[in-house]
Design a protein around this ligand. Sequence first.
Ligand code: NAD
Length: 392
Amino acid sequence: MIVKPKIRGFICTTAHPAGCREQVRRQIEVARSRPRIEGPKKVLVIGASAGYGLASRIALAYGAGAATLGVIFDKPGSGSRTGSAGWYNTAAFEEFAARDGLYAKTINGDAFTREIKEKAIQTIKRDLGRVDLVVYSLAAPRRTMPDGTVYSSVLKTTGAPYTNKTIDLRTNEISEITLSPATPEEIEATVKVMGGEDWMDWIKALKDADAIALDATTVAYSYIGPALTHPMYKDGSIGEAKRDLYRTADRITECFGGVQGFVSVNKALVTQSSSAIPIVPLYISILYKVMKEKGLHEGCIEQMCRLFGERLYGGDPQLDEQGLIRIDDWEMRDDVQREVETLWRKIDNSNLAESTDLDGYWEDFYRMFGFSTPGVDYDADVDVEVMIPSIA
Ligand code: NAD
C-alpha cells in the first residue's frame, strides 16, 4: 500500500514502515559514532518505542552493547490501516539488533498493569537473570487501575489561569491561549498517571522477583524549561507529577539497598507527547532556531548518548542542587534563553518565518511518523503488516 501522512490536530494517524526503519537506522548510526559507553549490560526500557525511550534503547544497545527488553504500547498494521510509528520503530530496532548480534525482545501492552510487569519479569529471569538498568520513559495520557478506575492526566496550571502565545499546528498561526487551573482531582489524577507510583511498583516487583541487580540503576525523565513555560509545565499539573517522580527516585535509593534512582531533566524536543502541550511547540520552534544557529542542537539520540555516556556512566552524573541530572544544560544556557526570550517577545504572525525554525519543527514532526525522510521512496508500495519478531 502507498502510505501518506494523515494529520489530525497534533498527531498523525498513519505511519510509514520504511521511514520509521530509516529513522531508527540513523539513530543507530549516531550511537555507533560516539565513544563506547562502559555501562549496563542488561537493560529494561519501559516506554521503548518512541522519543526518549527508543533513543535510550538505541544508545544503550549500540553504545554499551547492552541486551534490551522493551515494554511498548503500540498497534500493528492490519489491512489498510497502518501500525503505529512505535510498532514500526520497534520492528526495525529488533531487525537491526538481530543482524548485529544484540539481544532485543519486546513486550506489547499496558505497562501500568500487573500482567505486563509479570511478563517482563518472566522474560528477564528466563533470558537475562537480572537487569542492571531500568529506564522509565512512559508518557501516557491515562492509567487504568486494577479496579477499573481510570485516571487521566491534564496539562493545566495549578494556580491562576495563564495566558500566553501558542501556535495552532493546524494553521501554523500564532494566537493566544488561556490555560485554566486544574481542580485538585485533576492534579491528583495527573500525579497518578505521570508521577512515580508506577515506577516504584516496577522496581518493587523486579526486586521481589530477584530480577534486578543489587547495585542496579534506574532513571526516569523530566522537563523544567524556562519561565515562560513554568505556569503550565513546571508549576502546572504535570509539574506536580514530576515532583512526585523526584521524590520516588529518592525513595528507590533509600528503600532497595544498592539500587540507585535518578531523574534526568532532558531538552524540549518534538515527540508525540510534547506536541500535545499548548505553548511548547512554539517555544520549541524558537529554541530549535537559536540552538541550531549556535551549533548546540541535539535530538533524542544525541541527548541519550550524552546522558549515558557522559553522566550516568561517565564517572560523574553532576547532579544539581535538587539532585537532578541536567542534560537540558545547553537549552538552559543564559545566552540561549536570552535569545529565545527576545524572539518570544516580538514574535507574531508577521515575523513567524524569520523568528522560528518552524520548518525544523515540522520536519521532526513528520519524521516521528516515518515521513519526510531522505532516502525513502514514498511512492513505493509498502507492506504495512510488519512483524516484530519477539513480540509478547
Ligand atoms: P513519547 O510519546 O515519544 O514516548 C512515550 C512512550 O511511552 C512510547 O514508547 C509509548 O508507546 C509508551 N507508552 C505510553 N503509554 C504506555 C503504556 N500504558 N504502557 C506501555 N508503554 C506506554 O514521549 P517522550 O517525549 O519520549 O516522553 C518520555 C519521557 O520523557 C516522559 O516522562 C516525558 O515527560 C519526558 N520528557 C520529554 C521531553 C520532550 O520534550 N519530549 C522533554 C523532557 C522530558
